[in-house]
Design a protein around this ligand. Structure first.
Ligand code: CUA
Length: 298
């Protein structure tokens, strides 16, 4: 893509300068001078010249069309061995699911020189997946029938960032996640670490689910204010709701707050901000473990 861009840029600059130079030259040299009253010379045409300035640009355009088609075909080329990564965008986080390994992560890790098949979707509004170094940008759209596909083959090791490139609300500017391109061996190790980290402790697992599902984009765990109520010390609190009633934050309240967030909105927080989607997108066991994690944050 960069080569194609540079080649186009070079050719456009060359043609532009040529035209501007001739135009400037003509304006100065052939300008109307005092005392000149006769018409200019009548030139009927010049066949060789017209053939040359038709054939050369035509050849250049056809050549660029050929290069463009080759590049486009390469971006569409489907490798059957491609690593599938489901990219889920939400307000305001990225989540990366690796269905082949059963891993969910908030960091996108990709083995170098291996094609990744990204399946992009959104939980709420339109976001846009943009990794500038990868030279790709793709909108993510809400709706199960609107999964977008993107094929990428990272060729350089390194740390990058995926940013959201579509205005999507309050924290749009902060909607970014790390992207790491690693060797195949490092990728395999990362998979093992992820599977090991999930472990068996419900609190530790709950923390993983909370992080991977984007809960912590809006809820702090250290008491600092954020879009949603902090989780620190939340369990056992007495909440006054927007409808004036008073509830105690227990397991049942937390479950409702996650699967049906607008049923009981605490005073001081706007209804409708937390999307009503987690019921369908997080397995129930994970929700229960997230609640265990919240309970542990005394
Ligand atoms: Cu998501 Cu901007």
């Amino acid at each position: 893509m960069d080569q194609l861009f540079n080649l186009h840029f070079f050719m456009i600059s060359l043609l532009f300068s040529l035209i501007v130079v001739f135009l400037g030259y003509s304006l100065v040299v052939f300008r109307h001078k005092p005392g000149e009253e006769e018409d200019g010379a009548y030139i009927k045409g010049n066949n060789p010249l017209e053939i040359i300035w038709t054939v050369i640009p035509l050849g250049i355009v056809i050549y660029f069309a050929y290069l463009g088609s080759v590049s486009l075909a390469e971006t569409r080329r489907a490798d059957p061995q491609a690593l599938e990564i489901k990219v889920v965008a939400g307000q305001w986080f990225w989540r990366f699911e690796y269905p082949d390994y059963g891993i969910v992560s908030n960091t996108m890790v990709m083995p170098v020189n291996k094609q990744a098949l990204l399946k992009l979707t959104s939980l709420d509004v339109i976001h846009s997946f943009w990794v500038p170094e990868f030279r790709v940008k793709q909108d993510t759209l809400p709706g199960e029938n609107l999964v977008r596909e993107l094929r990428l083959t990272p060729t350089e090791l390194g740390e990058f960032k995926v940013r959201c490139a579509e205005m999507c609300g309050t924290s749009h500017a902060y909607m970014e996640s790390p992207v790491r391109v690693v060797t195949q061996a490092e990728f395999d190790q990362w998979v093992q670490d992820q599977l090991a980290a999930i472990g068996t402790d419900p609190v530790a697992r709950g923390e993983v689910w909370a992080r991977n599902n984007g809960c912590l984009s809006c809820h702090s765990v250290d008491g600092s204010p954020n879009v949603g109520p902090t989780w620190k010390g939340l369990y056992g609190l007495t909440h006054e709701l927007t409808d004036g009633s008073v509830v105690t934050v227990d397991d049942e309240y937390l479950l409702t707050a996650i699967v049906n967030p607008n049923a009981q909105v605490p005073k001081g927080f706007a209804p409708g901000v937390m999307p009503q989607i987690y019921k369908d997108t997080i397995p129930e066991q994970q929700i229960l473990e997230i609640i265990e994690y919240i309970k542990s944050l005394k």
